[in-house]
Write a protein that binds this ligand. Sequence first.
Ligand code: HMG
Ligand code: MG
Length: 295
Amino acid sequence: MVRIVEVGPRDGLQNETRQVPTEVKVAFVDALSLAGLPEIEVSAFVSPKWVPQLADAAEVFARIRRAPGVAYSALVPNEQGLDRALAARADRIAVFTAASETFSRKNTNASIDESIARFRPVLERARAGKIPVRGYVSTAFWCPYEGKIGPAKAAEVALRLADAGVDEVSIGDTLGKATPDEVRALLEPLLPRLPAQRIAMHFHDTFHRAVENVLASWKLGIRAFDSSAGGIGGCPYAPGASGNVSTESVVEALRGAGEDVPVDLAALAAARALIGGALAPPRARDAAGVLEPRA
Ligand code: HMG
Ligand code: MG
């Protein structure tokens, strides 16, 4: 059985040039709740100075209608974020660091070491409150500032997160540039040290290889994938990156591979239509097909 984590309301909306009204975000999450997805990443309790698009995280959490069986999660960078996530009754939280030093600094104003040190108390308190924690490793394949990231570096950071006590490590192709060979080069040596049940793969789709990468990971035993309805999204601190792999294409690809994926595509289409009208028009692409960074 595969698990799809819908990250559209967080990863999809954090980079929007338009301010999406809170009520539209709430309606988007509520519509996604009808699609049979087991987990929805609702928002981020990060600094609103860094990501003003998600400054209304607490209000979104307060207003969504929680469906039974769905876990509503949030990104948390530090203890202040955890306080806010607990007050909002997030079911799960996600901490985040990177395999690239430069990206870590640009994204969190901290080195990799500092970011891990910062979330150790977050992990302790989450564990005490029985809240499951995932840890993201961003730029696990390519970094917009440092270029190619070796698989050994990304695996090392993934193992450090696992050792620090996260329940699940989500390995991110932030730039959407990885190839299936690169996915195998990272996962094959990692899997004997970190079981597939503790790994999720998080692909962005800039070069349209994300579905191939999902299938390459699936063939190696990975059963958890992050995606966003309609493939919306990007990271404000990763210029050139486009949206996540779409939930629709992950569902279709995994069904094609023989998995039973209990997601209602009609409900997903309704959610995507609902948010589509609130988003800025798609960005232009440069000659290499890469999305131009937003101004
Ligand atoms: P900093 O500026 O070094 O932190 O930012 P600070 O502690 O000096 O705080 C600065 C101000 O922010 C202070 O306010 C704090 O109170 C406030 P002031 O005193 O100036 O009025 N603040 C907060 N407010 C609310 N909630 C908080 C919080 N923390 C501080 N939690 C910090 C450090 C980590 C906070 C900042 O860099 C940050 O928020 N970064 C988040 C960036 C982000 O969200 N990036 C996108 C998500 S990661 C991603 O997309 C990748 C992923 O999808 C996987 C993949 O694709 O690879 C997950
Ligand atoms: Mg992402």
